[in-house]
Structures are given as structure tokens and as C-alpha cells.
Design a protein around this ligand. Sequence first.
Ligand code: SAM
Ligand code: SF4
Length: 329
Amino acid sequence: MTALHDKFGRPITYLRLAVTDRCNLRCFYCMPAQGIEYVPQRQLLTYEEMLRLVRILAGAGVRKVRITGGEPFLRRDLMPFLSRLVATPGIEAVRITTNGVRTEPFLDELYALGIRSVNLSLDTLDRDRFAQITRRDELPAVLSTLEGLLRRGFEVKINSVVMAGRNTDDLIPLAELTRELPIGVRFIEEMPFNGGGREVQLEWDYRRILEHLQTRFPQMEKLPDPPHSTSLNYRIAGHKGTIGLIPAYSRTFCGSCNRLRVTPLGKVRTCLYDEGVFNIRDVMRAGATDQQVLDTIREAIAMRAPNGFVAEQRRLQRSSSESMAEIGG
Ligand code: SAM
Ligand code: SF4
């Protein structure tokens, strides 16, 4: 089967699969305080449908899958699903993004499955600010997961969304973690997917974040960025870990984007900023063959916007009232 490419020559080798829209936190930048309206369980892609989709995509060159959500560890029977997912021929790496609240009990099993890389969302090390940002007092559980991950030798990246007036005092303490810990701390520009249609006036773009960090750490060295990387990577001289800046709002990385996203409802997004080009769950439930499923995805990829700005302009609804929990980040 020929590999998947868009018409700009970008290969698609990486699937981000959001397994649920449910979450046990209410992060300010992701959801309103009352949460989002969850879709009924039967409308979610089933594990069987996800495994079929991954098998089809792996046959067309997808090599990496990231499990995200919502909070993936809230979906029942996640571990048996993961054990089948890692065994899919062609899939070389399965990674997970989690808020870390309920993750720790699963760490041994994840490791035994060969999952070695976990991204943990953590926007502050201050318990009060954590409770304000996520609207839940769960920092101790998240820190315990972080410690458990490091103890077992997982590759850990911390994702911190930078929000004006909320956690900019935390950037230096979070960056300080890299002094002794072999982790990547990644600062993400805030995007307008907060479930309430709240517009984001980006005060802290990646350049300002970098300048701020440099005032405290003038010795930040630029590292080479891996192919398809969404982060601009740095190391503070003498530190064990690294720092990443993710221009998620500025969208400087679209030229090398190799991602395909599938939402909990089965919407296929060829760009984070598009509306979801079609629903693969409906295609599968209508009885499509593997070849038809793949052809439908191939057609969507062929129409992929050159970058996130064009994808946003093409939306029927210009401003998004979606939550990132419905997309997967
Ligand atoms: N619940 C898991 C977690 O928080 O790690 C996985 C899903 S979450 C939607 C995936 C990532 O999206 C997290 O790292 C989160 O910080 C990020 N995210 C959510 N809303 C965002 C926003 N409005 N702007 C930028 N990043 C956002
Ligand atoms: Fe939940 Fe993750 Fe969204 Fe926070 S960012 S509300 S943890 S899905």
C-alpha cells in the first residue's frame, strides 16, 4: 500500500487518537468550570473500531500513535486496548498524554507493554495555582505520577500551557526542574480551544517565553530539532533535561507536520485547526471495507490545508467553541 502524503508532499506517519472526551480536571484553557457536554458512550469510537483504524493506517505507513483525550485513564479497559495496540504490526511507538491524576497505578503495566514515553500536563508546581487552573486540588497525585515515571525510567515530557496572568510566575520554577531531572519541559502557547468560545489574545508567544527564560538562564543553548518536531528545543548549560517551546498558536511548524488526528467521536482532522473533515466512525459503521476506509482518509489528506491559518479560515464556524478534550491536543 502506498504511503499517505498530502499534496504538499508531507508524509503522514503519526496518529493522535483521543480515546475519550471525559476528564477529571477542568483546566481553564480547555473547558469551562461546568465541564463540557459529554457525548453518549455509544457515539464514541469503540476499541475495536480504533484498532481496525490503526491497523489500516499502519498498513499505509503510520508508525507512531499517541493516546490522548480527554483523560485517557478514565476510559474503561484502557490497558487491554493498549496491549492490543502495541502489538499492531507496523506500529513502532505508542505514547500517552495524561494529566497524571489517575495514572500512577498503571505505570508498571504500561512499562511492561513497552510504552516508554509519557507526556504529563503540569502548568505549575504551586498547589493553590494548580487548583485555580485545573479547578481541582490534585497536584499531589500528579507529582506522585511524575516521580513514579522517573523512578521506572520512562522518558517524560512535561506540557505546560502558558497563560497570561495565571502561571507566568511558574515558568522559571518549571524550567528549574530540568537542572536535576532528565525530562523535557515544554511550554505551549495557549490555543483558543477552551470549550467556551473564549477568544485568546496571545500575550505570551514563544518568543516572549524564550526571552523571559533567558533573563534567568542566559546560557540557554539551541538544540537541533528532530524531524517533524513541534517544539523548538533548548538546553540550559549544565542541566540534565531540556526545554521546549511549542508555537501552537503561532503555528511555525506546519511545514513539516506529519500528524493525523482522530477525535473520540471519530472525526478525522488533518489539522488541529480544521473542523474535522469527515467522520470515520460513520464510514466504518456503514460497512466500508478496509480499502474504502483508507481511500476516504487518503482523500481527506489530499485536501489538507497547507497550514493552520488556512485550515482556520476554511472553517464554517470561524471561532471555535470546542474544547481540547474533544480534539486531543
Ligand atoms: N487530559 C490529558 C492531559 O491533559 O494531558 C490529555 C488531553 S489534553 C487535551 C492534551 C494536551 O492539550 C495537554 O497537554 C493540554 O495541556 C493541552 N491543551 C489543552 N487545552 C489547550 C489549549 N487551549 N491550548 C494549548 N494547549 C492545550
Ligand atoms: Fe482534562 Fe487535559 Fe483538558 Fe485539562 S487539558 S481539562 S486534564 S483534557
